[in-house]
Design a protein around this ligand. Structure first.
Ligand SMILES: Cc1cc2nc3c(=O)[nH]c(=O)nc-3n(C[C@H](O)[C@H](O)[C@H](O)COP(=O)(O)OP(=O)(O)OC[C@H]3O[C@@H](n4cnc5c(N)ncnc54)[C@H](O)[C@@H]3O)c2cc1C
Length: 459
């Protein structure tokens, strides 16, 4: 126990429950400064896209309220993160700094340098924790001691590890020491300009989402008790509410994978009829782990083809109007347009349709996958440096364990298979079948043939 101040630096872990770093700050005993830094300046740190900035505003509002309930307050600062944290340490004469780990290369470099400066030169107690992944990327190793490039053996390796730890209670419960907060001058959240103003394009996001831990737990409960059993049958049907919709909550760490894992396992134990659904769903949670495993071992996942032959691929430079037609859902290909409009309106798109629109861009339009990755980065509320990059490379065929390039999704067949009654199409493309709907911008058969010919040049 001490009276000295500790700093709890929040990053991709905007929650109070199951937050090991916050728990450590509480156990440290003195006043706690809860800090969030908006860092658009550190070299290599990718600024958040528009939809993610919208989400962040809501998430920080919710976090501040949750912290308030346990007697803590949130300090907001803006600038290069390492400088800001050092300034806060000086300002408060803090003796300890705690955070939960993150996995991008630039972010890790910042954390490592900061840790050695504060620990070795200043003598502070600085500790980082595992909070956002079930298995740290360096702990899952192949028989030869390397890292996994293929999902199925990775999945086997992760699921044969000891059971993930149980979620931690929130600090401030009866077992934890009393909490003391230390209030510092803080930026006004509104001054960060995270919300769109002119124009305000976020109405659909507001209708669809409640950022914050409470919203995350409501979704988890509803899904675990209502949807997980039907997951194998319904998760691929875009017209249904057949998936968990947890991705943005996981992205911002409003809920932890440990909480998700154990909620699903409890359901499996109580309702054996849901066992197959539980397994299918947790397999997707492991895809998220795989994405971070790859990002950690291959920091260029979002910028470079994993398969080098794709460096020679003859991508087309799209005309601005063609790219806009894809972005705005005016290609004349109904499933592609439905998906792109869902994305623009709600900040997410059903996974099946993400694959279709990505295949259309990369194969039928022959546009470099990085162009699509950037659009998703800007428009998805769950835009994630690992999952977005992995999935774009997967669809393009340039990535690890990828769909082969010659597998070109046919949007018409995909629609008839996964949206057999056309419900999803009518929801997002109500003018379908009228003169108001555009003619197809390209011929699916011809463009598929051209894509395969282009691919033949790099094989
Ligand atoms: C081109 C493309 C880009 C994508 N970009 C992202 C992204 O930026 N962020 C993101 O979280 N997901 C991304 N995905 C994966 C997937 O589409 C979303 O995770 C999923 O649609 C989210 O909905 P849900 O939470 O209802 O998923 P559920 O089906 O309920 O799955 C539960 C969780 O598992 C994880 N998960 C599911 N599928 C995948 C997957 N294929 N890869 C990695 N994790 C997965 C997510 O965390 C998800 O919340 C992308 C997929 C494609 C094809």
């Amino acid at each position: 126990m001490t009276e000295s101040t500790s700093v709890m630096w929040f990053r991709d872990d905007l929650r109070v429950r199951d937050n090991p770093a916050l728990r450590a700050a509480a156990e440290h005993g003195g006043p706690i400064v809860c800090l969030y830094v908006l860092d658009d300046e550190s070299p290599g740190v990718r600024p958040l896209g528009g939809a993610s900035r919208w989400w962040l505003h809501g998430s920080l509002t919710a976090l501040a309220a949750e912290l308030g309930e346990i007697g803590l307050s949130l300090t907001l600062r803006r600038g290069p993160a390492a400088e800001v944290v050092r300034a806060v340490v000086d300002e408060t004469d803090a003796a300890a700094v705690f955070w939960n780990r993150r996995y991008g290369e630039a972010e890790r470099a910042i954390d490592t340098d900061l840790k050695s400066f504060l620990k070795d030169e200043r003598g502070l107690d600085v500790r980082s924790f595992q909070a956002n992944l079930l298995a740290e990327p360096w702990t899952v190793q192949t028989g030869q001691g390397g890292w996994y490039k293929v999902f199925t053996p990775f999945y086997r390796a992760v699921t044969s590890l000891p059971e993930p730890r149980h979620p931690l209670p929130e600090p401030g419960d009866e077992d934890s020491p009393a909490l003391h907060h230390r209030r510092l001058p803080s930026d006004e959240l509104d001054s960060w300009g995270l919300l769109p103003m002119h124009p305000d394009w976020a109405a659909g996001l507001r209708d669809r989402w409640t950022p914050g831990s409470a919203g995350a737990h409501e979704r988890l409960d509803a899904f675990v008790h209502g949807g997980v059993g039907a997951y194998p049958d319904e998760h691929d049907l875009p017209a249904e509410d057949g998936t968990s919709s947890l991705s943005p909550h996981l992205r911002f760490g409003e809920i932890s994978p440990f909480e998700v894992w154990h909620a699903v396992e409890r359901r499996r134990a109580r309702a054996p009829k849901d066992a197959a659904g539980a397994s299918a769903f947790l397999r997707q949670i492991v895809w998220r782990e795989f994405a971070y495993h790859l990002l950690y071992h291959l920091p260029s996942l979002g910028t470079k083809n994993m398969r080098e032959e794709f460096d020679r691929f003859p991508w087309e430079e799209p005309e601005a109007a063609e790219l806009e037609a894809w972005q705005q859902g005016r290609t004349g290909i109904p499933l592609v347009d439905a998906g792109m409009r869902e994305l623009w309106t709600t900040g997410v798109m059903h996974n099946r349709v993400r694959m279709v629109v990505a295949s259309f861009l990369v194969k039928n339009m022959r546009v470099d996958w990085r162009v699509g990755e950037r659009w998703f980065w800007d428009t998805l509320v769950d835009a994630d440096p690992a999952s977005n990059a992995l999935n774009w490379q997967w669809v393009a065929g340039s990535g690890p364990d990828a769909a082969p390039y010659f597998r070109v999704f046919n949007p018409e067949l995909q629609a008839s298979k996964f949206d057999p009654h056309g419900e999803y199409l009518r929801r997002w493309v109500p003018e379908l079948g009228t003169d108001a709907y555009p003619e197809p911008m390209l011929d699916l058969k011809e463009s598929r043939k051209a894509a395969l010919e282009a691919y033949a040049t790099i094989r």
